[in-house]
Design a protein around this ligand. Sequence first.
Ligand SMILES: Nc1ncnc2c1ncn2[C@@H]1O[C@H](COP(=O)(O)OP(=O)(O)O)[C@@H](O)[C@H]1O
Ligand SMILES: [Mg+2]
Length: 506
Amino acid sequence: MQRLIFGGDGTTQVAQLSNMANRHGLIAGATGTGKTVTLQVLAEAFSRAGVPVFAADVKGDLSGVSAAGKPHKEIDRRRALIGIEEHTLRGYPTVFWDIFAEQGHPVRTTISEMGPNILGALLDLNETQTGILYACFAIADDEGMLLLDLKDLRSLLAWMSENAAELRQEYGNISAASVGAIQRRLLVLEEQGGDRFFGEPAIQLRDLMQKDFSGNGVISLLDSERLLRESPKLYAAFLLWLLSELFEELPEAGDADRPKIVLFFDEAHLLFKDMPKALLDKVEQVFRLIRSKAVGVYLVTQNPTDVPDNVLGQLGFKVQHALRAFTPKDQRQLKGVAAGFRNDQGVDVLGTLTTLGVGEALVSVLDEEGAPTSVVAATIAPPESRIGPIDAEERAERISNSPLAGRYDDAVDRESAYEMLHNRAELAANKAAAEERAQAEAEAREKAAREKAAAEERARKAAEKEKSRKSNRQSAGEAFFKSAVRSLGRSLGTRLARGILGSLLK
Ligand SMILES: Nc1ncnc2c1ncn2[C@@H]1O[C@H](COP(=O)(O)OP(=O)(O)O)[C@@H](O)[C@H]1O
Ligand SMILES: [Mg+2]
């Protein structure tokens, strides 16, 4: 077990115990009070302890963690006050990610991997529409069709709408109006970056869980500036997906000495905004259970009251920076925050909350027994890396030197639902045409054999053939549908297994 010291009050140091770091945490406070720098200091400490870190970088200012800080008297002041002996100005190993592929390696996942629960929430679907989305995933599973990108989903939905009557018995009612509504939402999502986000190569968890040659945990930063501006819902969906993937993929870890990865989710209130109750229940469950997989989740938010109580109650680590107390609503929130701290020393929590300086905070962590420590007003340590963003040139250099350069940079589009549906329709059409040709040839042969027969007789037979040919011919759609239903029977019971949040089990 390691003590990750991140601050102190002049007499005692405050430290996160590495074996308690999977008990989740909160970093809260008004804008400009020091949340990002606190995150940076913690990320450095985890990295030094060999723990990989994933963090959303909402303003780009966290990128400074990859560059060495400069000597500053404020660093000296904080070091002296807290009693930090070792402090080496240095940058930390950092990998940059960006859904838009501008500020880092592109990050993608597939529709199939995200699953219907998170996708339904992302698209804000009502109950009926969600039902159709479930049917869509079931059909894709039953049919062995891959849903990788948005065009796969869109073409399967269109096919479902065309074949609604035949699908009803197996998959329920698929109304054209509901499919249309989903299609319109998908178009919006496409414009907001969904077309880039859904596809392959999908991000591999192991690439987020690396150490460098010196054993430092690699810090993965998701540049979220543009994403938050253009599609806050996609931002939330990605973080939820990441959480559920880690939960489903990692083995049980028992009482681990330190986490396998820690996640920092900034603008955490967005995660829970407008979330359907059923999904919220599942997210709370995943939060609780993911601890046993040695994953620590740290929520960063301006206002802790934006985080649902059942999640808030699970957070063992709290760094509360200054809050404002202008409005009656602020006052209520302050009281709520103050009530959340254990306070044996009689700290004036309410008074302190509004008067804390920048980079100071009320802190409570879990002790060796896992009990919350009594709240203290602490000064947060200075980072070893740079405070504030790196410039475009530094970023470009880091991206091209990244060990992951080239792995994700180019999208690939392999055969999936979209192509399969197209091929099938084509196959069915070809088959119908071939049948028609064969029939015509047979007719011609028979016609030749009977040439000697009476003209009357010949005419009568030809008419009969023509009649039976017509009824045998299947339309392309019919032929395709029959083959689809046949293979349905074959592959029932082989649906892909999905976890709590609906992500794919591999
Ligand atoms: N622990 C710290 N050590 C040194 N300076 C700090 C510290 N915390 C905050 N600061 C100063 O305060 C500024 C604002 O902090 P920041 O973390 O960006 O606030 P927030 O994320 O809450 O908006 C930083 O740019 C830095 O100059
Ligand atoms: Mg900030």
